[in-house]
Write a protein of this length. Structure first.
Length: 57
């Protein structure tokens, strides 16, 4: 009984992980490819452009 429950939980977690990866890939595919594209899109939609960056030096 316990083994069946463990398999069921593992299957659900695997399905959840696959769904999250699919959503992340969709979100990444819709992002502008360059700064100019992002700026043009922000101006067209009357939105602010947020630039997020960091460095490790």
């Amino acid at each position: 009984m316990q083994n069946k429950s463990l398999r069921s939980r593992l299957a659900m977690l695997t399905l959840l992980a696959a769904m999250l990866l699919a959503f992340a890939a969709t979100a990444m595919a819709s992002e502008p490819a360059s700064f100019k594209e992002a700026l043009t899109l922000a101006k067209a939609e009357n939105k602010m452009l947020v630039i997020d960056f960091y460095t490790d030096w």
